[in-house]
Design a protein around this ligand. Sequence first.
Ligand code: HEC
Length: 176
Amino acid sequence: MSDAVPLAVRRLLLIAGLALLVAAPAGCSSGPWVPTPTGATCPPEGTDLTYENFGTPFMEAYCVRCHSSELKGAARMGAPIYHDFDSKIGILNVAAHVDREAAAGPDAIDRHMPPNGDKPTDAERYDLGTWLACEEQALGNPPDGGVADASLAPDGGDGDAGLDAGNADAGPDAAQ
Ligand code: HEC
C-alpha cells in the first residue's frame, strides 16, 4: 500500500520524461537548434542527381530569393555574404554549411533553412545531402569538408564535425 502511490507517480514522471525525449529531437521549431552535419555520403553506385537536374531547381525553389550573388544589402534579407547559391561553385564553396543548415542524412535532418516560405520536403533534403556528398567526392574533398570548410573535417564528419570544438572558422562570418 505504501508503494502504490509513489509507483504511480513514478510511472507518470517516466511517461512525461519519455514524451519530452521523443518530442525534443522531432524538430519542434521552438526548441534549440544545433546545426548538425548530416553524415550523408555518396552511394557506391553514385547518383543521378546533378547540378542541372537537382541543385539548380532546388536552390531556385527554396534559397536564391535571399542567397544570390545578384542580391545586395537588405535585399538579401539577412543572408550572409559568400553564401550565394545561384552558381554551383557558390554552393560548393560552403557545401558543409549548406549540409548542416538544410540537408538530411543518417545523422540529422536539418530544417533551419529556409527560415520562411516554401520548404523542401525531407525527401528533397536527403537528396540535397546525397548530391552535396557526391559533388564533394568528385572534388576529392572529405565528407562534410567543403572546399572552404576543410577545417571541419578532422574528426571525419562523424556527426559533430568540429562545430563544438571552438575552431575559429566554424561560423558564417569567418574569412574564407
Ligand atoms: C528568407 C531568406 C532566406 C532564404 C529563403 C534562405 N535563407 Fe539561408 N540564411 C538566411 C539568413 C537570414 C541567414 C543568417 C541567419 C541564420 O543563419 O539563421 C542565413 C544563413 C544561411 C547559411 C549560413 C549559416 C552558417 O552558419 O553557415 C546557410 C548555409 C544557408 N543560410 C543556407 C540556405 C539554404 C540551403 C537555403 C535554401 C534551402 C536558404 N538558406 C534559404 C536567409 C535565408
